[in-house]
Design a protein around this ligand. Structure first.
Ligand SMILES: NC(=O)N[C@@H](CC(=O)O)C(=O)O
Ligand SMILES: [Zn+2]
Ligand SMILES: [Zn+2]
Length: 348
């Protein structure tokens, strides 16, 4: 008996589309299944002003595959020089959906991020006033903090103080990887949400390090031990509307990944929905996949869910490419390590 599941078309609340030839190469992988995505601003140079976001949105629209119905939701990269009025104007015009906070040095292209969090207080206060969400890469960068502890320490040292001093600020903890982050979200009001990536629901740090170092599983925040992965699966499949999908699909070319100093990022746009169906089925929670991928994110962002649908159909393992070929070079697609039996049909 074939099993089928029809759900509202999903959105991706954390996505890297890059620019130029890479944008051209990866965009169809997302637009095939997703209706909208929060597009990360960590280009080189970053998307800092409303004008930068308008120009970037134009480049994305120009790269759109024929027939695609996809809306990029733009973000601004928060710097210590960000002008609160520029942010407010970009939000009021509908151009920009959220602001992204990178601690300086925390991840790919974050050199222009924030060092002194007091310097961005006026922007955060303005955002709280106008109801604009802040997306956060939640890791401290202190050399003395172990990389596996950086998310948990960020919550205590940075995130909780920011939320206390800026009441009303809506915050999304992006790509949470720990039980600590899940607990923090669950013990706070609904103005705090979290995205969870596909790959952090599937891999733990052993997948990355046992039997040889696997650069295509290296991302930030780095995958943690198995008990943390289980906490993420429990949160994603719980039905708690504060948790929603942000794939953090982050393309880097193979030479940049398979290197003595490889870039952080997992590219999962191609097979994310099939991977998620496996995760939710294994957890006995297929009926909650729609909430996680298609309903909770729009609800947090105050947007309507999509009115089109996709159907997931279970059958023989699907074929998907190991790599996609972009004008910048090959990009390896996330390998979940098990066959994917759910194929996706986008309803007309
Ligand atoms: N997640 C990653 O490992 N990399 C992202 C940056 C980010 O989301 O932190 C990237 O831009 O490559
Ligand atoms: Zn990040
Ligand atoms: Zn990211």
């Amino acid at each position: 008996m074939t099993q089928e599941l029809t759900i509202r078309r999903p959105d991706d609340w954390h996505l890297h589309l890059r620019d130029g030839a890479m944008l051209q190469g990866v965009l169809p992988e997302t637009t095939r299944h997703f209706a909208r995505a929060i597009v990360m601003p960590n280009l080189v140079p970053p998307v800092v002003t409303g004008a930068d976001a308008a120009a970037y949105r134009d480049r994305i629209m120009a790269a759109m595959p024929d027939g695609a119905t996809f809306t990029p939701l733009m973000t601004l990269y928060l710097t210590e020089d960000t002008d609160p009025d520029d942010v407010a104007a970009a939000h009021a015009s509908g151009l920009v959906t959220s602001v992204k906070l990178y601690p300086a040095g925390a991840t790919t292209n974050s050199a222009s991020g924030v060092r002194d969090f007091d310097k961005v207080r006026p922007v955060l206060e303005k955002m709280a006033e106008i109801g604009m969400p802040l997306c956060v890469h939640g890791e401290v960068v202190d050399a003395d903090i172990d990389i596996f502890d950086r998310e948990a320490v960020f919550i205590d040292r940075v995130l909780d103080p920011i939320r206390r001093t800026t009441p009303g600020l809506r915050v999304v903890m992006e790509h949470v990887t720990t039980r600590d982050a899940v607990d923090y979200v669950q013990s706070n009001p609904a103005d705090l949400g979290a995205t969870i990536t596909t790959h952090h629901l599937i891999i733990n740090r052993n997948h990355m390090l046992v039997g040889g170092i696997r650069p295509h599983y290296y991302c930030l925040p780095v995958a943690k031990r198995e008990s943390h992965r289980q906490a993420l699966v429990a949160a994603a499949t719980s039905g708690d509307a504060r948790f929603f999908l942000g794939t953090d699909s982050a393309p880097h070319t193979d030479p940049n990944k398979e290197s003595a100093c490889g870039c952080a990022g997992v590219f999962s746009a191609t097979n994310t929905m099939s991977c998620l169906a496996e995760v939710f089925e294994a957890a006995g929670a297929l009926e909650r996949l729609e909430g996680f991928a298609s309903l909770n994110g729009p609800a947090f962002y105050g947007l309507p869910p999509n009115d089109t649908r996709i159907t997931l159909i279970k059958g023989d393992p699907i074929a998907y490419p190991d790599k996609i070929h972009t004008g910048d070079g090959p990009v390896t697609v996330f390998d979940p390590g098990f066959p994917l039996r759910w194929r996706i049909e986008v309803d007309a």
